[in-house]
Every structure is written in structure tokens, then in C-alpha cells.
Design a protein around this ligand. Structure first.
Ligand SMILES: Nc1nc2c(ncn2[C@@H]2O[C@H](COP(=O)(O)OP(=O)(O)OP(=O)(O)O)[C@@H](O)[C@H]2O)c(=O)[nH]1
Length: 336
């Protein structure tokens, strides 16, 4: 930056400065008189990372870049400071250098006000203090709005990362997070919990014969069958490839076996359409298991998976219920 003059010798007036709008012009003018007016070139960084100070734009414009931007990444402009506006108030108030990076967006004239002078301006005029409070309150409000937007966006991406893009079911990442919690809750509360694992039959053949997009459509149909047949408290997960899982909290083995049967029948009957063209029906094989005392989620999944492969070996399009479902974890009532 190049020194142009001090404020007293510049053509700018106290009344042009928003922060000093309600200040006594003579007192404020006297306090600002010796403050330097600098000329910054377009693109020049004008922030001072070592000293708190107020920077007031007299001509041109400044970009404020958030301090949280990762190095090497294009920075995001958090705010634009126009003639009459100031930046750095908070750094003056808490006596900490401002970590935000200020860049001149065009050739700009800037009034630099040290923390000492800024404090004297505040002490001399209630109007300046009031303007400052209004400004800070506005900024806090704007920051809160930004924060809420980011939180919403974060939640949106979190949801997205927990769902399978093809079927819309929960995905493996969701399962890895949730199943241990569901199992833990069931064990702690002595409530039953059952799993149904299913795998579409001869799906390689389906893909080879009708094409991968048609296979994708069959997977979507299978997911719809699951989603349409479950209670709101149940969960359907795409476990991987053409294998899916249904988690049934608070459900004993005999009920889970009936759910498996119902899903098996609905899968067999479900029509698969690709652009209004009907494709052959699909079937799936199912394995049902129920949580046992002392069992962890991995053992439970392995038990349901083993039952599923017995269903495959027995001819597919059927439900195999593991012995654990017959002796399912006692409900609170049964345990009492
Ligand atoms: N279209 C499509 N196919 C998939 C997807 N994920 C996995 N597959 C296919 O699913 C098929 C699974 O084949 P296999 O594991 O041999 O099992 P299968 O042919 O269903 O035979 P069984 O399970 O024994 O009845 C493979 O051809 C995979 O390419 C997917 O997202 N879309």
C-alpha cells in the first residue's frame, strides 16, 4: 500500500463514514486527522495479521475472505466492503488481530484507524458506540444465517452419504454406524431385534440377459418391495451388490420369519418395468436371524447370512429361518 496523505489532508469527510454517522464531526475529525489514507492496488492484500485496527474504505472496495479457507484452495469472499463501510471492529474490541484476509478488489483508498484511536472515538461519542453495536449485531445475525445454511447443507450431504444412490435405501456406511447402536439398545433394554438378509436370485444371469440398466431397475424394484412392506420403525439397507438387509427392531423371531415370508412373496409378484416395458419377475432368497444375549452385530449378520445361503442351497426363492429366531431374545414382558 502507498501512503497518500493523512485524513485531515484528504478530500474525504467524517460524514461519509458510516460508523461515525452520529458522531460529533469536529471531535471525530480531530481524532482521525492524523490517521493515514493509503492507496491499495487491485488484488493487494491489505490486512494486518499482527495488529488490531479499523480499515475504512474511502474509495474502491475490499473483499473479506473467511479465515477458515484451506490453504491452496480458492478463497470464498465472505463480504464486500464498499465506500463508507468499515471492517475490523471486532478486532479492535477484543484487541486481537483480525484473522480475515482483506484484499482490494480494485484500486482503493483506505483509512487505517489504530485500535487506540478507534477506542477514543467510541469513548467520545455514544453515537459511535451505538453504530458499532448495531453493526456487530447485524454481523452476528448474518453469521448465524450462514451457519444455519451450512448446518442444513451439512445435514443434506450427511443424509446423502448415508443413502444408496441407486435404490434410495440406507447404505453400508449407515449400517456400520447404526447397527451397533440398535444392537446395543436391544441388549440393554432386553428387547428383541431381528434381521432379514436377502439376495436376488440368479442376478448375474438377469444382467447378462437383459442388460445392466435393466438390472439396476430390478434392484430399484426390490428396494421398493422392501420399503413398501415395512413398518416406519424398520430399516431397509442395501448391503452390497444385489444383497439387501432388513432390520426389525423390537421384533421376535417368529414375527421376523413371517416378515421374511411376506417379503419373499411380494418380491416374486413385483412387476419390473423398464420404460413401460415389462421385464421378467425377480425372486430373492432370504435368511432370518434374531439377536441372542451376548451376541454382537457382526455375529448377528453372519447368522442371517448363513441362513440366506442355506436358502440359496435349498433352491432359492425361499426363506430360511435360523434356529436363533425360535429362541429369540426375550422381550421385557417375557423376561419379567
Ligand atoms: N445391474 C446391477 N448389477 C449388479 C449391481 N451390483 C451387483 N450386480 C451384479 O449382481 C450379480 C451377482 O451375481 P452373483 O454373485 O454371481 O449371484 P447371482 O447371479 O445372483 O446368483 P445367486 O446369488 O447364487 O442366485 C453380478 O453379476 C453383479 O455384477 C448393480 O448395482 N447393478
Amino acid at each position: 500500500m502507498k501512503l497518500l496523505s493523512n485524513f485531515a489532508a484528504s478530500p474525504h469527510r467524517v460524514t461519509d463514514l458510516q460508523l461515525l454517522r452520529d458522531a460529533d464531526v469536529h471531535t471525530a475529525g480531530a481524532l482521525l486527522a492524523a490517521c493515514p489514507v493509503m492507496l491499495a492496488d487491485a488484488g493487494e492484500i491489505v490486512s494486518d495479521a499482527h495488529r488490531p485496527r479499523l480499515t475504512i474504505v474511502l474509495r474502491g472496495a475490499l473483499a473479506v475472505q473467511a479465515d477458515g479457507d484451506a490453504p491452496g484452495r480458492p478463497s470464498t469472499v465472505a463480504a464486500k466492503i464498499l465506500p463508507g463501510e468499515s471492517v475490523g471492529e471486532q478486532s479492535v474490541l477484543d484487541d486481537e488481530p483480525d484473522p480475515a484476509v482483506l484484499t482490494a478488489l480494485e484500486p482503493s483508498e483506505l483509512l487505517l484507524v489504530s485500535a487506540d484511536v478507534a477506542w477514543r472515538l467510541i469513548e467520545e461519542s455514544d453515537g459511535v458506540a451505538r453504530n458499532l453495536l448495531r453493526l456487530l449485531s447485524f454481523r452476528v445475525r448474518a453469521a448465524n444465517v450462514q451457519l444455519r445454511k451450512r448446518q442444513k447443507l451439512g445435514e443434506f450431504y450427511r443424509q446423502l452419504s448415508m443413502n444408496d444412490g441407486l435404490t434410495g435405501l440406507h447404505n453400508r456406511a449407515w449400517l456400520n454406524d447404526m447397527l451397533p447402536r440398535l444392537v446395543g439398545t436391544a441388549l440393554q433394554t432386553h428387547r428383541p431385534l431381528s434381521l432379514v438378509m436377502l439376495d436376488i436370485d440368479h442376478f448375474k444371469h438377469f444382467n447378462d440377459r437383459y442388460g445392466h440398466p435393466q438390472g439396476d431397475q430390478a434392484l430399484r424394484t426390490a428396494a421398493q418391495v422392501l420399503a413398501g412392506a415395512l413398518r416406519p420403525t424398520d430399516y431397509a439397507v442395501r448391503y452390497g451388490g444385489e444383497e439387501m438387509m432388513v432390520i426389525l427392531p423390537d421384533t421376535c423371531g417368529s414375527v421376523a420369519a413371517a416378515v421374511g415370508q411376506r417379503l419373499c412373496e411380494r418380491m416374486r409378484l413385483a412387476a419390473v418395468f423398464m420404460d413401460a416395458t415389462p421385464l421378467p419377475h425377480i425372486t430373492a432368497s432370504f435368511g432370518v436371524a434374531s439377536l441372542q444375549p451376548g451376541q454382537d452385530e457382526q455375529a448377528l449378520v453372519a447368522t442371517a447370512d448363513a441362513a440366506l445361503y442355506r436358502a440359496k442351497a435349498a433352491g432359492r426363492d425361499r426363506v430360511e429361518v435360523d434356529a436363533s429366531a425360535a429362541t429369540s431374545f426375550p422381550t421385557a414382558t417375557a423376561a419379567a
